[in-house]
Design a protein around this ligand. Structure first.
Ligand SMILES: Cc1ncc(COP(=O)(O)O)c(C=O)c1O
Length: 371
């Protein structure tokens, strides 16, 4: 890897990813564990992530968009196993059904019109076609409402032309086990499922896995936890860290007490201070809302971000570091096991999903994989 020109290095530990998938699989057995790899596997690289998980035995994958599915199938090419399935959570836009079929994608059908369009394609194809059906149990985002589901079931040919792969719904607040909506959604899902008892069921996302076996059904659908996101609020994180970022220092300077650092003078040095400029910014997903709140680390010392995060740089207070060690190009830990995506998310006032999916394309990406 050409390291000397890299300004920042994003390391993706595929061994940790696979260990996380295995942990979740063991937690839900005999139910199966899929992998949600939408948004380029939450920014980490769908091709590499899917290949690692295929190698570990994962056979069920979910993306959001037909275009994501096509790109992924093309990237994996001949290595896509015949027993693996790639579901598309949004289902096809009108007119995209044939593309879905041609690329071996299984749509998740969310509305009566998506179901009708898929049935029409099955009729034209002269054979039933696999598809999942999503029902809405509380998210009010995607899936058939209770009324639309009842309307569907009233039709004598309700699922004609469809080989139903899964009945799907999505949890609203699974990361908070005390939220009453979890149990309510479970009851609604079970009631709807009773009408299609022979169809396999899939409800839980990462956090849902930790709500207990009642939520596991036949298949669980984690994304975030695979990538190291803590699944339950306020509890220690059982997942291994997958992402590490090293940023390189460009230069440092001494500032006098009372001098400002960064755009709009949001930090004024309370004492003479040494400030290092590290080559990571909000264009790299180091969110501007982390300004004056987050920390980087150097040699295990936590160093506060001072002043506004800029597009390409972040400034940190390195007064505690021996200046002889601050050589240009020195590596700072932007994300490590201590200051991880979960901690940064908290400091930046967002969730770890947004941190991951904002990481951007400028990092030198380095995949650890020795399985
Ligand atoms: C429908 C659906 N299922 C599963 C997931 C995976 O959720 P998580 O990343 O919380 O495991 C998502 C992610 O947003 C989703 O939208």
């Amino acid at each position: 890897m050409r390291l000397h020109t890299a300004a920042a290095i994003l390391t993706i530990d595929l061994n940790a990813l696979v260990a996380n998938w295995r942990l979740l699989s063991a937690q839900v057995a005999p139910a199966r564990c899929a992998a949600v790899v939408k948004a380029n596997a939450y920014g980490l690289g769908a091709n590499r992530v899917v290949r690692a998980l295929l190698g570990a035995g994962c056979r069920e994958f979910f993306v959001a968009l037909v275009d994501e599915g096509i790109e992924l199938r093309e990237a994996i090419g001949q290595d896509w196993p015949s027993d693996a399935r790639l579901h598309v959570l949004h289902g096809p836009m009108p007119g995209a059904e044939q593309d879905c079929l041609a690329h071996g994608l299984v749509p998740v059908l969310n509305s009566l019109s998506q179901i009708e369009n898929w049935q029409a394609l099955a009729q034209r194809s002269g054979r039933p076609l696999p598809a999942a059906i999503q029902v809405d149990t509380g998210m009010a985002r995607l899936g058939l409402s209770a009324q639309s589901f009842a309307k569907l079931l009233d039709r004598p040919d309700a699922l004609a032309g469809i080989l139903p792969t899964l009945l799907v719904s999505h949890l609203v607040s699974a990361e908070d086990p005390s939220a009453p909506i979890n149990e309510l959604q479970l009851q609604r899902f079970e009631a709807m499922r009773a009408h299609l008892p022979h169809v396999q069921a899939c409800l839980a996302n990462s956090s849902g896995v930790f709500l207990g076996p009642a939520y596991h059904f036949d298949l669980v659908r984690p994304g975030a936890a695979l990538y190291g996101v803590a699944p339950i609020i306020g509890q220690s994180n059982p997942m291994r860290r997958v992402v590490r970022i090293l940023g390189r220092m460009i230069q440092w300077r001494d500032v006098a007490a009372g001098e400002a650092v960064g755009y709009n003078e949001t930090w004024i040095a309370p004492r003479p201070s040494r400030i290092a400029t590290v080559s990571v910014g909000y264009a790299d997903g180091y969110l501007r809302s982390a300004s004056n709140r987050a920390c980087l680390r150097f040699d295990g010392i936590a160093l506060r971000v001072v002043g506004r995060v800029s597009m390409d740089t972040v400034t940190v207070d390195v007064t505690a570091v021996d200046p002889d060690r601050l050589t240009p190009g020195a590596l700072f830990d932007v994300l490590d096991d201590v200051q991880d995506i979960n901690a940064l998310a908290q400091q930046a006032g967002t969730n770890a999903y947004e941190i991951l999916t904002s990481l951007g394309t400028r990092y030198r990406r380095h995949y650890l994989h020795d399985l």
